[in-house]
Design a binder for this molecule. Structure first.
Ligand code: PBG
Length: 325
């Protein structure tokens, strides 16, 4: 009898059923969070030119959007607010009738079960577009913390289920945790953008959120894409300070970091499939150069395989539709 001494890996790939049986990673609707851009004003449903299929919505269009999201089985939305007026201190972020606060109250009325996650940052609300307050051209750390804490508390008061601070000031998790606890919101978790790189992949988001800095860049607070150990230091501080989730952002070019963070910490890990990653797929698909559904599912599977428990993605509604088919 002829003997072969190589392994027959193909035995486990012989059919769809066999491949399904041995598949190690699955993407489900339960894993997805969907970002929404809510805007002050009336009757606005404006497609973001660089993000086909993503809209800036005024509150009068929000209920219909929420219904669609809930009907698709998506459990969580991440809110980004676009105020009418901006100022140096970003007061729109923490006033009681701010756009996020109003949007949250509305969502909680029409879909109380849907998890509302608020992006807790100042850049959409500051006239200079930075994520903290400035002195000259310097983004000041400690004076920004109090405003971020105020923002988080006001979001929690409006009914937000999870606070997601994305500003990258040092000490933000601790400051926000203390403020939430003191205000009686000790049950509200913090989903920290712990590992957030100063990335060119955020370009389209800044169109959507109108948050391009008016001078300089974010490199003194967001991380250098070249660094890996620094990601672990950032994540470690946030876990020590009380983060309940850790976000790694962007996702696709940083899957090694997702894996490192997953291997090191025992909290749920979120990968943020950011705007530039979305825009590239959309543009290529529109030209007929790639198969959008196949590419998106492959990317999200890769994010989960790398260790993400949850994926924040502009594709969430599309993915839910494909999975339901
Ligand atoms: C705000 C914020 C940004 C993103 C999420 N929150 C932009 C930035 O840091 O400039 C980017 C998300 C995306 O690109 O999809 N701090």
């Amino acid at each position: 009898m002829k003997k072969t001494n190589f392994k027959r890996h193909r035995r486990l790939r012989t059919s769809h059923a066999m491949r399904s049986l041995v598949r190690e990673t699955n993407v489900t609707v339960d894993d997805l969070m969907y970002p929404l851009f809510v805007m002050e004003g009336k009757n606005i449903k404006r497609e973001v030119p660089s993000m086909q299929g993503v809209y800036q919505l005024s509150l009068d269009h929000l209920a219909a959007e929420i219904k669609e999201i809930v009907d698709l089985g998506i459990h969580a939305v991440m809110l980004f607010g676009i105020p009418k007026e901006k100022d140096a201190e970003g007061t729109g972020a923490y006033k009681d009738e701010g756009i996020i606060q109003q949007a949250t109250k509305l969502i909680k009325k029409v879909a109380p079960e849907l998890l509302v996650i608020a992006d807790t940052c100042l850049c959409e609300y500051t006239s200079h577009g930075h994520c903290g307050v400035i002195e000259g051209e310097e983004v000041k750390n400690d004076p920004s913390l109090a405003l971020l804490a105020e923002t988080a508390v006001s979001q929690a008061k409006a009914g937000v289920d999870i606070i997601a601070p994305s500003n990258m000031m040092d000490g933000f998790v601790m400051t926000i945790r203390q403020a939430l606890d003191e205000a009686g919101f000790e049950h509200i978790p913090i989903m920290s953008y712990a590992v957030k790189y100063a990335s060119a992949f955020y370009g389209p988001f800044r169109d959507a959120a109108d948050s391009t800095p008016s001078f300089g860049d974010r490199k003194t607070y967001q991380m250098d894409p070249a660094n890996r150990l620094e990601a672990l230091r950032e994540a470690e501080s946030d876990v020590e300070e009380g983060a309940d989730f850790l976000i790694v952002k962007p996702a696709l070019a940083y899957l090694d970091i997702v894996r490192d963070v997953k291997n090191t910490f025992d909290v749920p890990i979120v990968a943020y499939n950011v705007s530039g990653e979305y825009a590239m797929v959309k543009a290529a698909a529109q030209n007929g150069w790639i198969d959008e559904e196949a590419v998106v599912m492959e990317k999200l599977t890769a994010m989960k395989r790398a260790g993400a428990d949850i994926v924040l993605t502009y594709f969430a509604k599309d993915v839910a539709k494909w999975l339901h088919q």
